[in-house]
Design a binder for this molecule. Structure first.
Ligand code: HSE
Length: 330
C-alpha cells in the first residue's frame, strides 16, 4: 500500500517534491495539496501533471474553498509535508499545522525553519508521545544530510564545534559579485530567479536564515534551548563591493560564516575574510560545513544548500525513512 502525503506549500520546494514523486517509483501518493490560496484533495491520489499544469497556468493549485487547515484536519494522509515559507518570529501558520497533524497521530516532515527553531523540543516530544515522526532534515544546509549525520551517525562523538557557510543565497551573491563583477542587486535578483532565496529575501541577506539554522543545530544536535536572539548576527546586506574587491586583491575573499562553539556559548554569524584556498570557500549556492569532533576528528561537508530539487532531496529522504520504518502507513 502506498504511503499517502498531504503537501502544504507549492513554491519552489513543494513543486520539486511533487515533480520528484511523479517521476520516481517511491511507493508514495499525494492525496492532498494546499497553497496559500487554495487546496485539492483526492483520497485515490491526485493527478500530478494536472496539478502542476493548473498551478502553472492559474497560480493556484485547486479549490479556493479548501485551505491548508482543512487539508490538515480533514484530508486522508499518513505524512504531512509542510513546506510553506518560514516566519522566523512567530513560526505561524506552519506551527499550528504541524501541531494539529501530530495531535491527529500523523507523521510530519518539514523544510520550514520557523517551527523547528522556535518549538523543536515541544514538537518532537509531542511526536514521540503520539508514536509518530517529526523530521526536518531540509531545514539546514539543503541537500547535505547534516542533521541526521550529527544527531545519529556521529552520535558517539562529542561535537566540539561547527563552522560553515549555511546560506546558499548569500554564497551565490558573494560568488557572482567576486567572479563576474555583478552588483549586489543583480546577484540577489539572480538568486531569487533560481529559487534559492527565501520568500522574503531579507531573511537571507540580513543573516536571519543562517542564524535560524544555527539555532536549529544548537537545539537539536546539542539539545540547547536557544533562540534567534542568542545568535550574534551580521548579514551581507551592508557589505560593499569595494570590501569584496580589496579581499580579492589579497588572494582572499569574503564568506558569510556561521559558528557554534557550545562549550563557550558562542553562536555567531558574520561575513569573514578568508583565503581563497580555504575549504569553506565554495562557489554558487553550495554550503560547506566543518565539524570538529572528539572521535572522528574534523569532517567537511559540501553540497547544494538551496534549490528546488536539492531541498526536495532532503524532504524525500525524511519521507522514505518513515516509509521504511512504518511500512504500511497509519
Ligand atoms: N534561502 C535559503 C538559502 C534556502 O539560500 O540557503 C535554504 O534554506
Amino acid at each position: 500500500m502506498s504511503l499517502r502525503l498531504a503537501i502544504l506549500g507549492m513554491g519552489s520546494v513543494g513543486r520539486g517534491i511533487i515533480q520528484t514523486i511523479s517521476q520516481k517509483e517511491l511507493g508514495l501518493i499525494i492525496t492532498a495539496v494546499a497553497d496559500s490560496r487554495s487546496g485539492c484533495i483526492d483520497p485515490d491520489g491526485l493527478d500530478i501533471p494536472d496539478l502542476l499544469e493548473r498551478k502553472e497556468k492559474t497560480g493556484i493549485c485547486g479549490d479556493t474553498n479548501i485551505n491548508a487547515e482543512n487539508v490538515v484536519l480533514n484530508a486522508p494522509y499518513d505524512i504531512l509535508v509542510e513546506v510553506t515559507p518560514t516566519d522566523a518570529r512567530s513560526g505561524e501558520p506552519a506551527t499550528s499545522y504541524i501541531l494539529n497533524a501530530l495531535k491527529l497521530g500523523r507523521h510530519v516532515v518539514t523544510s520550514n525553519k520557523g517551527p523547528v527553531s522556535l518549538h523543536y523540543h515541544a514538537l518532537s516530544s509531542l511526536a514521540g508521545n503520539n508514536g509518530v515522526q517529526f523530521r526536518f532534515e531540509a531545514t539546514v544546509a539543503g541537500a547535505i544530510p547534516i542533521i541526521q549525520t550529527l544527531m545519529h551517525n556521529l552520535g558517539g562523538n562529542e561535537i566540539i564545534s561547527l563552522y560553515g557557510v549555511l546560506n546558499g543565497t548569500c554564497n551565490y551573491i558573494l560568488t557572482r559579485m567576486a567572479e563576474e563583477g555583478l552588483t549586489y542587486r543583480q546577484a540577489l535578483d539572480e538568486a531569487r530567479t533560481l529559487g534559492y532565496a527565501e520568500t522574503d529575501p531579507t531573511y537571507d541577506v540580513k543573516g536571519i536564515d543562517a542564524a535560524i539554522k544555527l539555532v536549529i543545530l544548537a537545539n537539536t544536535v546539542w539539545k540547547k534551548n536557544i533562540s534567534l536572539d542568542d545568535v550574534d548576527v551580521t548579514g551581507i546586506d551592508l557589505l560593499t563591493e569595494e570590501a569584496l574587491r580589496l579581499a580579492e586583491q589579497q588572494d582572499a575573499t569574503i564568506r558569510l560564516i556561521g559558528e557554534i562553539i557550545p562549550e563557550q556559548n558562542i553562536y555567531r554569524l558574520c561575513p569573514r575574510i578568508i583565503p581563497r584556498d580555504h575549504p569553506l570557500v565554495v562557489q554558487g549556492s553550495l554550503n560547506a560545513i566543518i565539524v570538529r569532533t572528539d572521535l572522528a576528528g574534523d569532517l567537511l561537508f559540501v553540497g547544494k544548500g538551496a534549490g528546488s530539487l536539492e531541498t526536495a532531496s532532503a524532504v524525500i529522504g525524511d519521507i522514505l525513512f518513515i516509509r521504511d520504518k512504518y511500512a504500511g502507513g497509519n
